[in-house]
Design a binder for this molecule. Structure first.
Ligand SMILES: C[S@@+](CC[C@H](N)C(=O)[O-])C[C@H]1O[C@@H](n2cnc3c(N)ncnc32)[C@H](O)[C@@H]1O
Length: 288
């Protein structure tokens, strides 16, 4: 952030006075920080494109007035301290997903090498955080949507993690046929058709439907993933999932049926059961 913005927009001598006003944004968000981010982004884009900051701020304002989430308007968002480019082809990475990463990291020794699979990578946020925080790990990140796949590739490159992360286009395990991993994690779509129509319009109208909807029960993606885990987890490996409200028992049962054990349900910061982790048996040891 330019230092002049730290002491208030009025101090920014490089910007015409009419462009520097962020009062509307302050009122819209009820706080000054988003207005600062938008002003910073307008300044940056102005330098890149030659458009005036005032024109860019007017465009930001009309998009926000139309209900578009701040993250898409800014064009990037922070995930575990890393900048992740987002557009409407990818889900905006959520704070609870940062906790899914935390839950996975707890089980990965910094000094060991692991092969990790991130299913439904979207922007690449989970894969990027895991690779950045476990530098000996390699990650294969799968995405079925081509526009999302391109954003993930862009984010992996921008975060300088191309040597650790390979992004592959395709559905679930199809691009990793015959391959095994020490950890398989996913924040898959988990909204049922009925719940989809009850979502806040800021989510339903702007975020990609294929990132949210998972059939009439909301469990379709977990069913497909769970039924394939046995063919793709190394002995002693583990799987970790983010789940929706009310889904932990059903997902735990799918994992049990898939032969996994030591099933654990973990809470998010709001105390809701949001993560299910389970282990594959070690070679020669039947699942308990
Ligand atoms: C809930 S979003 C999660 C995105 C990202 N991992 C995150 O946590 O921010 C689910 C992602 O799964 C992708 N997806 C949906 N169906 C898929 C499939 N059959 N195979 C691979 N990815 C799929 C969607 O396009 C979307 O990017």
């Amino acid at each position: 952030m330019p230092s002049c913005l730290m002491s208030g927009p009025g101090c920014c001598s490089a910007m015409p006075r009419s462009d520097a006003g962020t009062g509307w944004f302050d009122r819209f968000f009820g706080s000054r920080q988003p207005a600062r981010w938008l002003l910073e982004r307008a300044t940056q884009r102005s330098a890149e494109t030659g458009s005036s900051p005032g024109e860019l701020l007017a465009d930001f304002r009309s998009r926000l007035e139309a209900g578009e989430p701040l993250q898409y308007v800014l064009g990037s968002w922070s995930f575990r301290g890393r900048e992740i480019v987002v557009d409407r082809s990818v889900l905006i990475p959520r704070p609870e997903t940062e906790m899914l990463v935390e839950v996975v990291l707890e089980r990965l020794d910094r000094k060991k090498e692991y092969r990790i699979l991130d299913l439904g990578t979207g922007s690449g946020a989970i894969a990027i955080a895991l690779a950045a925080e476990r530098c000996k790990a390699t990650v294969v990140a799968i995405e079925a949507s081509e526009p999302a796949f391109r954003i993930a590739l862009q984010n992996v490159g921008a975060n300088r993690l191309s040597r650790q992360i390979e992004v592959r286009l395709g559905s679930w395990f199809t691009p990793v046929a015959g391959e095994r991993f020490d950890c398989i994690c996913s924040n898959p779509p988990y909204i049922s058709t009925a719940d989809y129509w009850r979502l806040d319009s800021i989510v339903r109208d702007f975020e990609p439907q294929e990132a949210l909807l998972a059939g009439s029960t909301g469990l379709e993606a977990y069913e497909t993933i769970a039924s394939n885990l046995g063919d793709h987890l190394n002995p002693g490996g583990f799987a970790a999932f983010e789940v929706g409200d009310g889904q932990p028992d059903a997902v735990a049962e799918l994992l049990r049926k898939a032969g996994l054990s030591e099933i654990e349900v973990r809470l998010d910061l709001a105390g809701r059961e949001r993560f299910v982790i389970a282990s594959a048996p070690f070679a020669g040891v039947p699942a308990s």
